[in-house]
Design a protein around this ligand. Sequence first.
Ligand code: CU
Length: 137
Amino acid sequence: MRKLAMIFLGVTLLAAPACDDDETTEEPILPDAAVVDAGPTVDGAAEVVVVRVRDNRFDPATVTIRAGTTVRWENVGANDHTVTSGSGSGAANAGSAFDRPLGPGNSFEFTFTTRGSQPYFCRIHEAEGMNGTVNVE
Ligand SMILES: [Cu+2]
């Protein structure tokens, strides 16, 4: 019985402060026209550019983005592919920035921070000319 009494007391104390709060409810404050006119801030906003990975090509094969932009490759085909940095598997730096197997329905994101022209390719369909370029400005 003593335990029950303690629980009851606890519930009563918790419920008590909510009794007379209704009068202090505030209306939402709408922003002035001047604030709305300022518009959204573009600088620093996350940007994502989508490249579709098809059988067997990147679409579009060339994208031009600003530094800090994320590219998302989406495999919309039926084949396995890879998204591998470098101009080809023979390049000394092949796969040094990214090297991701990409099965059907999967996607991969990479954020480019270094400016310049950055080639990439698919290891599986390299011989078919499945490659692309990300130009980072
Ligand atoms: Cu491929």
